[in-house]
Ligand binder design. Structure first.
Ligand code: URA
Length: 195
């Protein structure tokens, strides 16, 4: 039963990635070499949503494989979790040219893709990394005021999901004071998974 659920989700995601990649192709051509699709355990209770792939992600075709990914791995280790136990994706699936922030228009191109991903993986907890991912669920919040916030959101399948809003790991590369803030906020995850 578990195996067939896994296969179902895997197949649904494969089909979704194929379909969305075709319809989002114009976005790809302008900005990057390939689509970087979600990766991890399709049955995960926790889904991390970042911003957009960077240079390393564009090269390897996987989310969070560069400097931000190393920080994410060590944060996961701090709560005794491994990357293979979670699902990781982005609001925009293509590397924005020159590593700029993804534009609202670009994020909108990938909106259906993310919505479907959430529906298929159906996690218990969604953890947003950075303001772009947070704005997907709470467009009016400011990350400096709202990091570490927990709220409920209705997703397209009418399931209510718990959302935890975190600073983006890259923010701690430029502002060392945020390392402890992000670490402390991250420690809320185990209790939220138990709820
Ligand atoms: N930053 C992101 O937001 N996503 C990635 O995949 C890599 C870095």
């Amino acid at each position: 039963m578990r195996i067939s659920l896994r296969n179902d989700k895997e197949n649904l995601l494969l089909r979704l990635n194929h379909k969305m990649h075709k319809s989002c192709y114009p976005a790809l051509k302008e900005t990057s070499t390939k689509a970087v699709v979600g990766k991890g355990d399709f049955r995960a209770k926790i889904m991390f949503i970042g911003e957009a792939p960077g240079k390393n992600e564009d090269e390897f075709g996987e989310p969070f494989v560069g400097a931000s990914g190393k920080i994410l791995d060590s944060l996961l280790e701090s709560i005794q979790m491994k990357r293979s136990e979670v699902y990781i994706t982005n609001v925009f699936k293509y590397r924005p040219k020159g590593n700029r922030d993804p534009a609202k228009k670009e994020i909108a191109v990938c909106e259906e893709w993310l919505t479907e991903e959430i529906r298929i993986v159906d996690p218990v907890l969604i953890v947003t990394l950075g303001r772009h991912a947070m704005h997907r669920f709470a467009p009016d919040l400011k990350i400096s005021d709202s990091h570490g916030c927990v709220f409920q959101t209705a997703t397209s399948n009418r399931n209510r999901k718990t959302v935890l809003t975190l600073y983006h790991p890259a923010a701690t590369l430029y502002n060392k004071k945020l390392q402890k803030v992000l670490f402390d906020d991250f420690q809320k995850i185990p209790a939220l998974l138990e709820r």
